[in-house]
Ligand binder design. Structure first.
Ligand SMILES: Cc1cc2nc3c(=O)[nH]c(=O)nc-3n(C[C@H](O)[C@H](O)[C@H](O)COP(=O)(O)OP(=O)(O)OC[C@H]3O[C@@H](n4cnc5c(N)ncnc54)[C@H](O)[C@@H]3O)c2cc1C
Length: 297
């Protein structure tokens, strides 16, 4: 591994100033579970690492019933998975954060790092998309917001510009009768990245019999995580039925454009899209109905 300088930043302003000064030679360090591996293997270079873990703003995790959830970019996955408000209101996120690596990785790995690393197969990104997460980006001009579905622009590339970093993620409060689910396929049950993944979120009518809204996103089947708006829109107004679920799964499958690599073939990934979307929809529907009965009880 090549030598680099290291600064533990203590404020958002200090991070911005260092990133601005050093440009592409500086990299943000969060949990380091991607970055340190990439530096060691020579896949990325850095002259300076700017550690953001001691910056207060990026360690916040708070929920407000009207404003929703604010997750600091450096909050590790274990805090996300075990937070009572996240468990109660953002089930798709709990599924995804709980799948990232094992316990040791989850104690370091952040959702901010998962998003900024911009892997097409990153587990948290489809879940963030279906929960309508927005990235809050800090830079010299102040804060700007970008929907997570627009954040990754190519494998390993994001909308972040020189001097900018991701400060936090904000997720709106879910409506009544809401459920979400994230599922992935890996050849091994743990410590592996997704061959394909699917996140879905649904809102049902009060009696649980029809879809009033739905969002569907895929991972591992395109150069960036994919928001398939049309698959969710096809469900709106439909009765909850096997036919509606299969139709949405087929639309998602058609939107995917996977590649073949040593982890899976194009055909397998395409098939997985439909299977995972169908199963994730069934899981989200069940959760929406359970959350409705809890609300009423
Ligand atoms: C054994 C192992 C298993 C893994 N399993 C999985 C898995 O199952 N699923 C999965 O999706 N991933 C997995 N990963 C990858 C990794 O753990 C995750 O992507 C993790 O969420 C990255 O977060 P981090 O905080 O460690 O990021 P870091 O490694 O600190 O950063 C990752 C990248 O994002 C940049 N960055 C980080 N934070 C910011 C920010 N706030 N603003 C701007 N840029 C930033 C860094 O400069 C770097 O380029 C695994 C890794 C290992 C080593």
């Amino acid at each position: 591994m090549k030598a680099f300088d290291y600064v533990a930043a203590h404020s958002v302003e200090q991070v911005i100033s260092l990133l601005n000064l050093h440009g592409e030679e500086a990299r943000v360090l969060s949990g380091g579970t991607d970055l340190i591996v990439q530096l060691r293997e020579g896949r990325k270079q850095a002259v300076l690492l700017v550690d953001i873990k001691a910056v207060d703003e990026v360690n916040q995790l708070s929920y407000h019933p009207l404003q929703g959830l604010l997750i600091g970019a450096a909050v590790p996955c274990w805090r996300v998975c075990h937070d009572p408000a996240v468990v109660a209101h953002y089930p798709g996120l709990v599924d995804a954060a709980g799948l990232i690596g094992g316990r040791q990785i989850q104690s370091r790995a952040s959702l901010g790092g998962n998003l900024c690393n911009a892997s097409p197969a990153a587990d948290s990104i489809p879940a963030l998309i279906v929960h309508q997460a927005v990235g809050i980006i800090a830079g010299r001009a102040g804060l700007r917001e970008v929907a997570v579905e627009a954040f990754c622009t190519a494998p390993g590339k994001t909308v972040l510009q020189r001097g900018e970093f991701l400060a936090a993620l904000r997720l709106p409060p879910p409506p009544a009768h809401f459920g979400a689910c994230y599922l992935r396929f890996t050849p091994r049950s743990e410590m592996d990245i997704a061959v394909a993944g699917a996140g879905v979120a649904v809102t049902l009518s009060a009696d649980g019999a029809a879809f009033t809204s739905a969002r569907i996103a895929l991972g591992g089947v395109a150069p960036t995580p994919l928001f398939v708006a049309e698959a969710g829109e096809a469900l709106v107004g439909q009765p909850v039925s096997d036919a509606a679920i299969l139709q949405a799964a087929q639309i998602a499958r058609q939107a995917a454009h996977p590649i073949s690599d040593l982890r899976g073939s194009r055909e397998q990934r395409s098939h997985l899209c439909a299977v995972l979307v169908k199963r994730a929809l069934e899981g989200a529907i069940q959760r929406a109905r359970t959350s409705s009965s809890k609300d009423e009880g």
